[in-house]
Design a protein around this ligand. Structure first.
Ligand SMILES: C[S@@+](CC[C@H](N)C(=O)[O-])C[C@H]1O[C@@H](n2cnc3c(N)ncnc32)[C@H](O)[C@@H]1O
Length: 174
């Protein structure tokens, strides 16, 4: 694997990226962007272990994928295995309160608190390097992402389309 291929795009759909290892399980089908899904690796992400060595990558992307996986916590633990300590994982999901989160192929809703406030299943796996909300409607009303999240959660508003979190993988030996 070359240095350029130390990034992995898990559940790539038709967002196939040069210099990345693109992974999906439905080659030949049409992706959300209207193009064919042409992954480098055909892998069902519900089946672990994934066919990569420990620490094989320094960055992983899961863009609108985790909510499709019935064993999402296993997938997070697996991505922490294949990304080296100090490497990063970007996870992007629909905000649970948004109508787009309620597609029938989404098996569960994932809220950013699962990462921001911790989950004992992930103890010692990663720290949160960054997080953000995207496409916050009425965005100028809110002074921060924290306040937008609080207002939308408290009052059940549809004000957020997606959230993302960047995790930095920790060394299990530390
Ligand atoms: C909403 S699309 C997102 C595609 C792409 N990441 C993007 O943002 O444009 C979800 C993708 O996850 C893939 N996916 C869902 N379940 C999967 C599984 N069990 N194994 C591998 N890929 C899966 C689908 O095939 C689909 O391409």
């Amino acid at each position: 694997m070359s240095a350029a291929e130390r990034r992995v795009n898990l559940g790539c759909g038709d967002d196939v990226r040069d210099g990345w290892v693109n992974v999906d399980y439905r080659p030949g089908e049409t992706g959300v962007g209207g193009d064919d899904v042409e992954p480098d690796v055909n892998q069902d992400l519900t089946e672990t272990p994934w066919p990569f060595e420990d620490d094989a990558f320094d960055h992983a992307l899961m863009d609108n994928v985790l909510e499709h996986l019935p064993n999402a916590t296993d997938a997070v633990r697996e991505v922490a295995r294949i990304v080296e300590p100090g490497g990063t994982v970007e996870i992007r999901c629909p905000y649970p309160n948004n109508p787009s989160a309620h597609r029938t192929d989404h098996v569960r809703h994932i809220h950013p608190v699962e990462f921001l406030e911790g989950n004992y299943l992930y103890d010692g796996l990663f720290e949160v390097a960054d997080w953000e909300l995207s496409r916050v409607r009425l965005g100028r009303v809110f002074p921060s992402d924290e306040s937008a999240l609080w207002v939308c959660d408290t009052f059940g508003l549809f004000g957020i389309d997606e959230w993302s979190v960047t995790l930095r993988i920790l060394d299990a030996d530390d």
